[in-house]
Design a protein around this ligand. Structure first.
Ligand SMILES: CC(C)(COP(=O)(O)OP(=O)(O)OC[C@H]1O[C@@H](n2cnc3c(N)ncnc32)[C@H](O)[C@@H]1OP(=O)(O)O)[C@@H](O)C(=O)NCCC(=O)NCCS
Length: 167
């Protein structure tokens, strides 16, 4: 799905923290639960400080409306451990189903591959079939390991001879 033209992505930084918290507060309990696999009312402070404050191991992007660049409507990030990373994203409910999630996922994944990550995993609700479909459609071949109500979906390029990290 093409990205709706009034939305853009940019790398996130500490100045976005209040707008990220506000976006999360506007999300439904279902979306918040699907993102953190727990019934949270707020973004955990250690998660926020990790993705915004430790650039060697993390990277985060926000989705914003072009003419309101300080209002966050989506957040995507990865956190790495060596050549592996866990990615996650959330799109505010009012902005879902417009292609933002798929395009943000592509942006996050490209950032991770180009940073030298060769194995990317997303932990999603097993019942969220559309999320698994979106991951497969954007990341290509994936494996999925179900662990009760959570599934770990992995795209693994570590043995791909064509994989060439740029840094
Ligand atoms: C998963 C999520 C990021 C997708 O964002 P989005 O902006 O709606 O994504 P897109 O518009 O690109 O849609 C992706 C696909 O999912 C489908 N989809 C989106 N929401 C759906 C829903 N509630 N039910 C069924 N299908 C849905 C879309 O139709 C699209 O499928 P298509 O490409 O075959 O048409 C968003 O639903 C979300 O934030 N969910 C809560 C958090 C979460 O589950 N995060 C993922 C785990 S970390």
């Amino acid at each position: 799905m093409p990205l709706t033209p009034d939305v853009m992505f940019r790398r996130s930084n500490w100045a976005d923290a209040p707008a990220i918290e506000a976006m999360f507060a506007r999300c439904s309990p279902e979306s918040r639960y699907a993102r953190f696999l727990a019934p949270l009312d707020a973004v955990p402070p250690d998660h926020l400080s990790g993705i915004l404050g430790a650039p060697a191991k993390n990277a985060a992007w926000v989705g914003v409306v072009r003419d309101r660049p300080d209002t966050v409507l989506a957040l995507g990030s990865w956190s790495r451990d060596g050549s592996e990373a866990e990615l996650a994203l959330i799109v505010e409910d009012a902005w879902q189903r417009r292609g933002i999630g798929s395009n943000l996922l592509r942006t996050i994944a490209e950032g991770a591959w180009s940073a030298g990550v060769c194995r990317l995993t997303a932990s999603v609700l097993t019942e969220s079939k559309h999320v698994v479909r979106m991951l497969r459609s954007v990341l290509g071949p994936t494996s999925a390991r179900a662990d009760g109500y959570v599934s770990h979906v992995t795209s693994d390029r570590c043995d791909d001879p064509g994989f060439a990290p740029t840094r």
